[in-house]
Design a protein around this ligand. Structure first.
Ligand SMILES: O=C(O)CCC(=O)C(=O)O
Ligand SMILES: [Fe+2]
Length: 334
C-alpha cells in the first residue's frame, strides 16, 4: 500500500519553480488522499518534543488535579476530558485529552447573540504546570501561522488568488488544539482510540510521538500513518471539502489503541474559519470543476456554511456531558 506524500513547506516559501512543484504535489495529495506529511515548517524538533513531554507531564498528574480543570466546568469546551468522556460514532473513545483554544474573554450568554458565541472564553490551566500556558499558546499560534500558509497554497492549487480565504480568517482563524493520551485497550474495551471521523474545520496538523495508531481510509482499506520524525501529519477538513465542492477530500481517519504495555501521545491542532464567517463556494475553473464530486458529507455531521453553528454542533456531539451541563435546552433543539 502506498506511503503518504511528504511536502516541504519551505518550497512554498522559496517561490519560483519550487513553489510551482509544491503546489502540484499539494493539489494531488489533498485531492487523492486528503492527508500528507509536512516538513520544512520551521517548528523545531526540540519544541515538538517539549510539547509531547508536556502532554506526558499533564496526564501523569493525579486524577483530582486533572479534574480540577475538567471541560464540564465551563461552556467553552476547553480543559480536561477523562478516558471515554468523548464520543465518536456514538461510542466512547479510549483516550484522555486536554483542549485549549484561543485565550479569550467569555461573552455573557444573551438571547440575542448566537449560541456559538459561548464557545469563546478563557482556557483552563493546571496550576501544577505553570509553564504550560506560555508553551502551548505560542505553539498554537505558530501552528495557526503554518496552517494559514498551507491554506493560501491550497487556494493557489485551486486556481484561486492566494487571498481567496482571507475574508474568513481576517480576525484570526479559529484555533483549537488537544494534547491526547491513548492507553492500551487492556483487553477490556474495543480498541477505539478515536472512532472513524472527518475533521470539521479547514486543516488539521497532528504531531505524533513514536507510537503508530493513526489510520486513514483509502480505496484499498485502512492505511497506517506511522510517525515521521519532525513532520506533522496534515489533513483536509470538511470546510475545505465544502469550499471546493468536493474537489479537496476530507478523509475518514481513526486511531486504534496501542498494544499492551504501550501508550500513545499526540497533539492535534485544528484550524478553521473564524466563527462568524460564512465559507465561500469557490468558483473553480472548468477543468477542476469537472473533477469536483460534491462534498461527500458525513451524514452524522451535516455541513454548515456557517462556521460557528457547525463547530458548536460538532462539539456538542462529541462532549455530551458539556452539552448537558451548559447547553441543555439548545442541545435538544439540534
Ligand atoms: O491522535 C491522532 O493521531 C489523531 C487524532 C484525531 O484525528 C482527532 O483528534 O481528530
Ligand atoms: Fe481527526
Amino acid at each position: 500500500m502506498e506511503q503518504l506524500p511528504i511536502l516541504n513547506l519551505s518550497d512554498w516559501h522559496a517561490g519560483g519553480q519550487s513553489r510551482h512543484a509544491f503546489i502540484t504535489k499539494l493539489a494531488d495529495a489533498a485531492r487523492r488522499i486528503g492527508f500528507f506529511y509536512l516538513t520544512g515548517h520551521g517548528i523545531e524538533l526540540a519544541r515538538q518534543q517539549q510539547v509531547l513531554l508536556l502532554a506526558r507531564d499533564f496526564f501523569a498528574l493525579p486524577l483530582a488535579d486533572k479534574l480540577a480543570v475538567k471541560m464540564t466546568n465551563t461552556p467553552h469546551f476547553r480543559g480536561y476530558t477523562r478516558l471515554q468522556g468523548e464520543l465518536t460514532l456514538g461510542k466512547p473513545d479510549l483516550r484522555e485529552q486536554f483542549d485549549i483554544m484561543q485565550e479569550e474573554t467569555a461573552n455573557p450568554p444573551r438571547s440575542d447573540v448566537p449560541k456559538w458565541s459561548q464557545l469563546q472564553g478563557p482556557n483552563q490551566w493546571p496550576s501544577q504546570l505553570p509553564q504550560m500556558k506560555t508553551i502551548l499558546l505560542e505553539w498554537q499560534q505558530d501552528l495557526a501561522d503554518t496552517s494559514v500558509a498551507l491554506l493560501k497554497a491550497l487556494a493557489v492549487a485551486l486556481e484561486q488568488s492566494e487571498t481567496a480565504f482571507d475574508a474568513t480568517i481576517d480576525a484570526g482563524p479559529y484555533q483549537h488544539m488537544k494534547l491526547i493520551r491513548y492507553p492500551n485497550a487492556n483487553g477490556e474495551t474495543s480498541g477505539q482510540g478515536v472512532g472513524a471521523h472527518k475533521d470539521p474545520g479547514y486543516l488539521t496538523l497532528v504531531l505524533q510521538d513514536k507510537q503508530s495508531g493513526l489510520e486513514v481510509q483509502t480505496d484499498e482499506g485502512w492505511l497506517s500513518i506511522p510517525p515521521l520524525e519532525g513532520a506533522f501529519v496534515v489533513n483536509i477538513g470538511e470546510l475545505l471539502e465544502l469550499a471546493s465542492n468536493g474537489y479537496l477530500k476530507a478523509t475518514y481517519h481513526r486511531v486504534t489503541s496501542p498494544p499492551a504495555g504501550v501508550e500513545r501521545y499526540s497533539c492535534a491542532f485544528f484550524m478553521a474559519a473564524q466563527l462568524n464567517a460564512t465559507v465561500p463556494l469557490l468558483p473553480l475553473p472548468e477543468y477542476l470543476a469537472r473533477q469536483a464530486l460534491g462534498p461527500a458529507s458525513d451524514p452524522l455531521n451535516p455541513l454548515f456554511h456557517q462556521v460557528g453553528q457547525n463547530v458548536l454542533k460538532g462539539r456538542l456531539r462529541s462532549h455530551p456531558d458539556v452539552a448537558k451541563a451548559h447547553y441543555a435546552s439548545f442541545a435538544n433543539a439540534i
